[in-house]
Design a binder for this molecule. Structure first.
Ligand code: SAM
Length: 355
């Protein structure tokens, strides 16, 4: 059945960016079919045309918002549970994943052992739930090794690992198979970048694909030194630097931060997002931090008294370097990293003990 409704017509080139913005606002009308014509995608929307225009006003490229004719969709499942419940025995329903990571146009899902036999059905269902998704992978190992990557197994769609993810309007080029990337850190990247002031020197010791530096230099006239041991992650960062208009500068440094960070560098702020191991690199930090400089120290800590625990780990290692915490500026719970464990950040200023 045909239906008149507001929609966005966009070139294929801009379609992914438009879709991500609309998805964030839950503005796509999922009851209507998308249309494709003349190298353009026409996306039905639930928001008013006026609101949609203001939502998309910062996008550069070819799109228009007006009324189109759409075809009503057949009643589709609303979520993964509804899409696969008929295929999976009732006794196993509690194992159907409730969450998954959407990274650009790739979905990464964690499927428990109990329902691994149904992984192909889950992959296919996720692919059909998201019209703009090209690939569905499952987590096939834990995050391991120095580069903090995990094995992924393709369940449905195209065998491709590279994609561009959007976080608060910033385009992040990533390779889900060969770099660490979590879409759950977007708010944290923004939180930290909002605190940086123009002309500061920032060092991101474990930058991965450079999300912190991209967020910071998008808004501020600063230099961020982005260090990582994973060459592929840094080549993703280089690509992102071309995709975004940045006010500041990013200096990429490849290698183990213990060996490649120049001790002549003096930093106002140092970001240490390598939970579990960050404390082993406080000697590097203490060599390059300005007096009263600020550290963003990340750890996985028990959810019982997490602030005390993270402070204890940091203080103990700072003491070995003859440094102390001057002031605790903030404590941030980021996400649950395991049952009864959280990924947290302590923001502190530090001083050498002699001053
Ligand atoms: C948790 S991930 C980075 C996350 C990233 N900061 C973000 O917010 O998305 C940790 C990163 O540290 C890098 N790494 C591990 N040991 C390192 C070292 N000794 N020197 C430099 N980078 C290192 C890994 O390659 C990985 O990309």
């Amino acid at each position: 059945m045909n239906h008149h409704s507001s929609g966005v017509r966009t070139s294929y080139k801009l379609a992914e960016t438009v879709l991500q913005e609309l998805r964030k606002q839950k503005a796509i009308d999922l009851t209507l079919e998308f249309r494709r014509e003349d190298e353009c995608l026409i996306i039905p929307i639930t928001l008013s045309e006026e609101k949609t225009l203001s939502l998309l006003e910062e996008l550069e490229g070819d799109f228009e918002v007006k009324s189109f004719t759409f075809t009503q969709k057949e009643e589709l499942p609303k979520n993964l549970f509804e899409a696969v419940k008929e295929d999976i025995p009732l006794a196993l329903h509690s194992n159907i994943p409730k969450a998954y990571d959407l990274i650009g146009d790739i979905v990464v899902v964690d499927i428990s052992e109990e329902i691994l036999d149904y992984k192909a059905k889950i992959g296919k269902a996720l692919l059909s739930l998201f019209p703009s998704i090209s690939s569905v992978y499952r987590k096939a190992s834990a995050v391991t090794g120095e580069t903090r990557i995990r094995e992924l197994e393709l369940l449905a769609g195209e065998e491709k690992c590279e994609t561009v993810h959007q976080e608060h309007g910033i385009k992040i080029f990533t390779n889900v198979c060969k770099t660490y990337f979590s879409p759950r850190l977007g708010d944290e990247h923004k939180r930290v970048s909002d605190k940086v002031k123009n002309n500061e020197i920032v060092v991101d010791l474990f930058t991965g694909v450079g999300s912190f530096p991209l967020h910071i230099t998008k808004k501020k006239e600063v230099t961020v030194f982005a260090v990582d041991i994973n060459k592929i992650a840094l080549s993703c960062l280089e690509k992102s630097m071309d995709l975004n208009k940045l006010k500041g500068k990013i200096a990429i440094i490849y290698g183990d931060c213990r060996h490649v960070v120049n001790s002549l560098l003096k930093a106002d702020k140092i970001i240490m997002n390598l939970p579990g191991k960050a404390q082993e690199y406080l000697d590097v930090v203490c060599q390059i931090i300005k007096p009263e400089g600020i550290i963003y120290f990340y750890q996985f800590v028990p959810d019982d008294k997490p602030e005390e625990k993270i402070k204890q780990i940091l203080e103990e290692k700072l003491r070995e370097q003859n440094f102390s915490i001057k002031e605790i500026i903030s404590f941030q719970k980021i996400r649950e990293s395991a049952p009864r464990e959280i990924h947290a950040c302590l923001e502190v200023s530090v001083i050498p003990d002699s001053t």
